[in-house]
Design a protein around this ligand. Structure first.
Ligand code: CP
Length: 306
């Protein structure tokens, strides 16, 4: 089985069958990561270039680990020490990397749509590792993998996404996938961080977090994207935290077996209290573990489809 596509640009493009195929493929790659020798020869001779124009800890590291566990060669490109600082364009940069026979370009870029521009021009497979406020498909896939592991079914699951929805590529990718898979998705946050017409994506909007949390099976907290907000969208971080922060008291409003997720990096004491982040309900580090298996599955399936 393979994905019959060259690139992975967003969850909006993927069918339910394609999502299920990626999750099933990741099951076997998770098994590989649990072995003593965490390596298979699947992508031997292939080259993966991580092209990151924004900071990253989890995504860049797990793409590198995923590629290495598949026996691919990996190059990590940091825009700040490249000829980008001399004015070279994104497309010229990527074309030069492709001229060295790269098979995959994993791109993180502040501009929404940047991976699509490369995908249309390059022979190499392009994987979107986060483009501005647009999409972060492998984050949504690892979130789905974690949910499936813990809750089994997506249908009927009540999931609340909390925080800066307007600037969150994680929220956009997850909403797109979870609605397709039959989950009930609620979004909660201040009106200034809520995109207009978001209900049209099939979600319920709450401005009162306590109301949103009643009956929730899963709470997905988001980081305040101060770097993307331009103007202050809330009077102060302290007030944001008081009104929209997840505390042990608020957690008790949800179902008893509620899961707490966060894509990271977490701001302890801002959107999530340390007690909740480190509680038994938190699956934040499971998400990180599963990111490697998901990225192995994506690289493998794109390679098989080419
Ligand atoms: N979740 C996520 O994208 O984290 P990084 O920014 O550290 O890659």
């Amino acid at each position: 089985m393979s994905l019959k596509r060259k690139d992975l640009l967003g969850m909006a493009d993927l069918s339910v069958e394609e999502i299920q195929l990626i999750l099933q493929t990741a099951d076997s790659f998770k098994e590989v990561s649990g072995r003593d020798i965490k390596k298979v020869p699947t992508l031997r001779g292939k080259t993966v270039v991580n092209l990151f124009f924004e900071p990253s800890t989890r995504t860049r590291t797990s793409f590198e680990l995923a590629a290495k566990r598949l026996s691919a060669d990996v190059i990590n490109f940091a825009a700040s020490t490249s000829s980008v600082v001399k004015g070279e364009t994104l497309l010229d940069t990527a074309s030069n990397i492709e001229a060295m026979q790269a098979d995959f370009i994993v791109l993180r870029h502040p501009s929404p749509g940047a991976p699509g521009i490369l995908a249309r021009s390059l022979r190499a497979s392009v994987v979107n590792a986060g483009d501005g406020s647009h999409e972060h498909p492998t984050q949504a896939l690892l979130d789905l993998f974690t949910l499936r592991e813990k809750k089994r079914e997506f249908k009927g699951l009540c999931l609340v996404i909390v925080g800066d929805i307007a600037h969150s590529r994680v929220a956009r990718s997850n909403i797109s996938a979870l609605v397709k898979l039959g989950a009930e998705v609620r979004v909660a946050g201040p009106p200034t961080m809520m995109p207009r017409h978001i209900e049209e994506l099939g979600v319920r909007v709450f401005f009162n977090l306590d109301e949103a949390l009643k009956g929730a099976d899963v709470i997905m907290m988001l980081r305040l994207q101060i770097e993307r907000q331009g103007i202050a969208l809330f009077p102060s971080i302290r007030e944001y935290s008081r009104i929209y922060g997840l505390t042990p008291e608020r957690l008790r409003l949800a179902e008893r077996d509620v899961l707490v997720m966060h894509p990271g990096p977490i701001n302890r004491g801002v959107e999530i209290s340390p007690e909740v982040a480190d509680s038994g309900a938190s699956v934040i580090l499971d998400q990180v573990t599963n990111g490697v298996a998901i990225r192995m599955a994506v690289l493998y399936l794109l390679s098989a489809g080419r």
